[in-house]
Design a protein around this ligand. Structure first.
Ligand code: IMP
Ligand code: MG
Length: 192
């Protein structure tokens, strides 16, 4: 077994302190399990994996490199958080897909499902383009934050309603580069 990557034991962003929460090796193991399940479940199909920018870029790269079935990739960019730690609920499309969706098996790859507003937006947006099927993969899910519920086909980790950063996820655009996932330190829940 490879030793875990040496990571900082705390980071500070805008006066908030974050501590390690999900280590690199656990992320990798779970990502491999999800990729193997997708390879089995979608055997014989040629899905298009959609990376939801920016947050999902790291998980997406690690996931699709373990996909062994024939597939394509494309990218979509949403915005809803601004520089705050709670969703504005006002989801906007910043970059649309470039692929033809009609009749295709689409797999949305998200970093985290929090309120569910973003997933709701994408299911409607992509649904209108008549895909053959539409599945959702998310690395993280905060079940207690749900405002709009949708079936999540593959979930890496269920986590409490606290802000997390690292491994693609940001706070005010910072910390996306960290290889592990960090959580806001202390007892307070997500705050504005
Ligand atoms: P939702 O629309 O509230 O479900 O939020 C979805 C998006 O908000 C995710 O794709 C993330 O980009 C962002 N987000 C939600 N929770 C967090 C968090 O704890 N840290 C960083 N980004 C988050
Ligand atoms: Mg996201």
């Amino acid at each position: 077994m490879t030793p875990d990557v040496d990571i900082p034991q705390e980071i500070e962003i805008r006066g908030d302190r974050f501590v390690p929460f999900i280590e690199v090796q656990r992320i990798q193991e779970r990502t491999t399990e999800i990729a193997e399940r997708i390879n089995r479940d979608m055997d014989g199909e040629t899905p298009i994996f959609i990376c939801v920018l920016n947050g999902a870029f790291m998980f997406f790269a690690d996931l699709v490199r373990q996909i062994t079935i024939d597939c394509e990739v494309d990218f979509l960019k949403l915005s809803s958080y601004g520089e705050k730690k709670i969703s504005s609920g006002n989801v906007q499309l910043v970059k649309d897909l470039n692929c033809e969706v009609e009749g295709r098996n689409i797999v949305i790859v998200e970093d985290i499902v929090d309120t569910g507003f973003s997933i709701d937006f994408m299911k409607k947006w992509i649904g209108k383009k008549n895909p053959a099927s539409l599945k959702i993969v998310t690395l993280l899910h905060k079940p207690s934050s749900t405002k709009i519920s949708h079936t999540l086909d593959y979930v890496g980790f269920e986590i409490p309603t606290k802000f997390v950063v690292g491994y693609g996820l940001d706070y005010a655009q910072k910390a996306r580069n960290l290889p592990a996932i960090y959580i806001l330190d202390g007892n307070h829940d997500t705050e504005q």
